[in-house]
Ligand binder design. Sequence first.
Ligand code: PRP
Ligand code: URA
Length: 209
Amino acid sequence: MGNIHYMDHPLIQHKVTLMRETGTGAKEFRELVSEVATLMCYEATRDLPLKEVEIETPICATKSKVISGRKLAVVPILRAGLGMVEGMLSLVPAAKVGHIGLYRDHETLQPVEYFCKLPDDVSERDIIVVDPMCATGNSAIDAIRLLKEKGVKHIKFLCIIAAPEGLEALSKAHPDVNVWVGCLDEKLNDVGYIVPGLGDAGDRIFGTK
Ligand code: PRP
Ligand code: URA
């Protein structure tokens, strides 16, 4: 699965450990999700193209590099993906933000779509889809399918914790999409939760349980 990139940065590993702990409350959990998102954004934007521009420093005129190419949009999968948006925007503040609302049906583990609002020019942008969790992979697969149906050609997906089953399914469904993973966990349990995981990311971010 050459399209999957694993993060080995110690700061990411450390922060994910804190996120996993049952005793970590919603405020600290939200801060950690945001910080990890920033670190992942840094890695996932390594391939952004640059162009040279002419500028004046206080010392002299010079040529220096700025980011060029297509504009970006960040697309969180609601709800839990929302927790990653501020962290992403702290590095790419000019990015637009689209929203895709999906929840997993607890019986079938299939995503149910309830919201979609994307920038008008979404098909001309590079899209970074964000969601802390990739379990069966169904939510990510569906969100990416939806974006492709809107004409989007360049998509990356960032998740903080993934199960091997989800990554395999995602890679099979969308081999053209590059995926960044904070931590690869062991497996899914019999109700579709990631083991060891961190529980329900949405509930932990929003304090709903
Ligand atoms: C969680 C998570 C992902 C999805 C991952 O969302 O944020 O979107 O599950 O599972 P999958 O890979 O099996 O599809 P959930 O459906 O719990 O909704 P929520 O974010 O509103 O809590
Ligand atoms: N969604 C979550 O929030 N956690 C899991 O472990 C699986 C899906």
